[in-house]
Design a protein around this ligand. Structure first.
Ligand code: SF4
Length: 212
């Protein structure tokens, strides 16, 4: 484990956000799947990272009620309904756009379903993050999101019509596109760990580059 990851885990721990380390995709998959009991209702915030570690495939085929709003053939109405159900799932699994060295989990969403579920609702939230998303501070996190993550995500969504300009230029122009994905910014800094309320979120940091 490198020094940056160690620092990050230490700070997350101070912020009452338990964090685990996985050396690679395989170990990340094993750690996450072991935290999801069979029969669970599992919500999903769209994440390339979770697809890359094989979790989406396993949850789709396994003994879970997997709430995937992006399952091929899902209508817009069904997509919204599934996103609403995910807000009260047993376990919500997702990636993140950035993680700072002082333990802040930073995300920008288009619709807000992913960020809403990270904040409150599910009994447990598991966030998986590749080493490439660890940044020095909040300023760098927001820059990374606007100039790396968002343009790459826009490109991935071939259904965006018209495509926001960053999909072509690779740079943020603070657009007014109807498909703008930078709408709702959420920074998770800390969580409760007291007599009444226990931590909900667990972070799994992977020692490989993952996601966008
Ligand atoms: S604000 Fe618009 S141009 Fe900028 S990153 Fe977001 S979607 Fe792309």
């Amino acid at each position: 484990m490198n020094e940056r990851i160690q620092k990050c885990i230490k700070r997350l721990d101070q912020n009452n956000i338990p964090a685990l380390y996985a050396e690679d995709k395989k170990q990340a998959f094993e750690k996450v799947i072991s935290m999801i009991p069979e029969g669970s209702v599992v919500g999903f915030g769209d994440s390339l990272t979770l697809r890359q570690i094989g979790l989406v495939d396993a949850l789709s085929k396994g003994n879970y009620t997997f709430l995937n709003p992006w399952e091929p053939g899902t209508s817009v109405e069904e997509n919204i309904e599934i996103k609403k159900r995910a807000l009260t799932s047993d376990i919500f699994v997702t990636g993140t756009n950035a993680l700072t060295l002082d333990g802040k989990i930073v995300n920008v969403d288009g619709q807000g379903n992913r960020t809403a579920a990270m904040l409150f609702g599910p009994n447990k939230v598991i966030i998986v993050v590749g080493i490439n998303k660890i940044v020095d501070d909040l300023e760098e996190a927001l820059k990374r999101i606007r100039n790396i993550a968002a343009p790459a995500n826009v490109k991935r969504h071939t259904d965006f019509d018209p495509m926001p300009p960053c999909g072509k230029t690779g740079e943020c122009s603070d657009c007014t596109s109807p498909w703008r994905i930078c709408n709702k910014t959420v920074i998770i800094e800390w969580q409760y760990n007291n007599d009444k309320y226990k931590p909900i979120i667990t972070v799994v940091i992977v020692g490989e580059e993952l996601g966008l």
